[in-house]
Design a protein around this ligand. Sequence first.
Ligand SMILES: [Zn+2]
Ligand SMILES: [Zn+2]
Length: 137
Amino acid sequence: MKELENKLMEKRINPTAMRLVVLDYLLKQTNAVSLTDMELSLEKTDRVTLYRSVKTFEEHGLVHRIDDGTGITKFALCQPACTVDGHHDLHVHFYCTNCGETHCLPKTQIPEVKLPGGYERQETSLLVKGLCAECKN
Ligand SMILES: [Zn+2]
Ligand SMILES: [Zn+2]
């Protein structure tokens, strides 16, 4: 539990019992999860409290949200480069059309996108759809 606490404090998040439970769950996931996934897996949580924890994590650079085109927002843990000052892990996300799981591809960076003059970037995301390694076999 000490290790979990440290992970939160590193991102300047106050380690409440609820946040520790959510972090523990997120660390065990191999794919991005929705709020509903979390709600169903974690006992004694309500959606509002859960959402607040995730929101705090997001604001402190601990998790990022992923729009995988399914209409359901998913969340995954960030790379250590993300801090309270901003998210710096511009990696590609992969949506498997067979199992429906969404994965972070932290080693696959989004190439720099050049915008025409007058346009200002707020965020960039890149989603690749296809078959994940497991479904491909
Ligand atoms: Zn798959
Ligand atoms: Zn990701």
